[in-house]
Design a protein around this ligand. Structure first.
Ligand code: PMP
Length: 283
């Protein structure tokens, strides 16, 4: 595949950054993953706005304006064949400098993009649901920044995999925050809630699409906190993320969720989501 590194498009195997890059040395950078359907990036502007917000929070300026970055992303997709079920990974780090913690004076951001296929979500995951575990939130208190420092997430996804589960849900001070790589929704009395924005929640683009679709269709979905002690009695639990869309959770720490089957509200939300994707493909 073709990658992008600081203005150049080149074969992935030839793409290089310095070992002195602050992304490599300090995880001093932020990223986005943008889903592509029918060659078209989905919610590009929202992803680029979130990137700008992340950069701003770590006191970096955007490497270029949204329009220019959008153009590079579209070119990357085209150069990679522009087909369906792809994702663009976009990373911006503070750049290359001698290793020293404070911000370097003279430094240019490193902008890297790759394009890769997204394996289709297995039909069983949607039909039967996935399993999750819960875990104490060992991350930092700025999870609203889409930082490339993902070691806690890596550790917890592996712990989930070791337990035969798909995802781990973070619990902080008794409240469920989000998954290691997804946002979470829980249904009580037929009403779905997802934790509001906060320091331990990434403002997920897919979460926002679900909230927006629910509003349009009059589905009972809103923001609200989820007590960890209430999670086991949820009627439904869902996960959202750009590449997995909306997934039903049917096992929580080894126990069935609700009746152990994906629920009716999940179905309505997934149908709405897929319809929205269908519109994008048809455009
Ligand atoms: N939370 C975390 C920690 C994530 O890594 C992700 C996936 N990038 C999400 C939530 C979901 O965000 P989005 O819907 O924007 O992909």
């Amino acid at each position: 595949s073709i990658a992008y590194v600081n203005g150049a498009f080149l074969p992935l195997g030839e793409a290089r950054v310095s070992i002195l890059d602050r992304g490599f040395q300090f995880a001093d950078g932020v990223y986005e993953v943008i889903p592509v359907y029918g060659g078209r990036p989905f919610r590009l502007d929202a992803h680029l706005r979130r990137l700008e917000r992340s950069l701003n929070e770590i006191r970096m300026s955007p490497p270029m304006d949204r329009e220019a970055l959008g153009e590079r992303i579209r070119e990357l997709i085209t150069r990679n064949g522009g087909s369906d079920c792809q994702q663009v990974y976009l990373q911006v780090t503070r750049g290359e400098a001698p290793r020293n913690h404070p911000f370097p004076r003279e430094v240019h951001p490193t902008v890297v993009m790759t394009c890769s296929p997204v394996p289709p979500v297995p039909a069983e995951w949607v039909q039967d649901g996935v399993s999750v575990i819960t875990a104490e939130d060992i991350r930092w208190a700025r999870c609203d920044i889409k930082s490339i420092a993902l070691l806690p997430n890596v550790m917890m996804r592996q712990k989930a995999a070791d337990a035969g589960a798909y995802e781990a849900l973070w619990v902080h001070e008794g409240a469920v925050q989000e998954g290691a790589a997804s946002n979470v929704f829980a249904v009580y009395g037929g009403q779905a809630v997802t934790p509001p924005d906060g320091p331990r929640v990434l403002p997920g683009i897919t979460r926002d699409v679900v909230l927006e679709l629910a509003e349009e269709r009059g589905l009972p979905v809103s923001t609200g906190s989820i007590a960890a002690s209430d999670l086991a009695r949820a009627e439904e639990i869902w996960l959202t993320s750009s590449t997995k869309e909306v997934l039903p959770v049917t096992r929580l720490d080894g126990e069935p969720v609700g009746d152990g089957r994906p629920g009716p509200l999940f179905r309505s939300v997934l149908d709405a989501y897929r319809a929205r994707i269908g519109e994008l493909r048809a455009r």
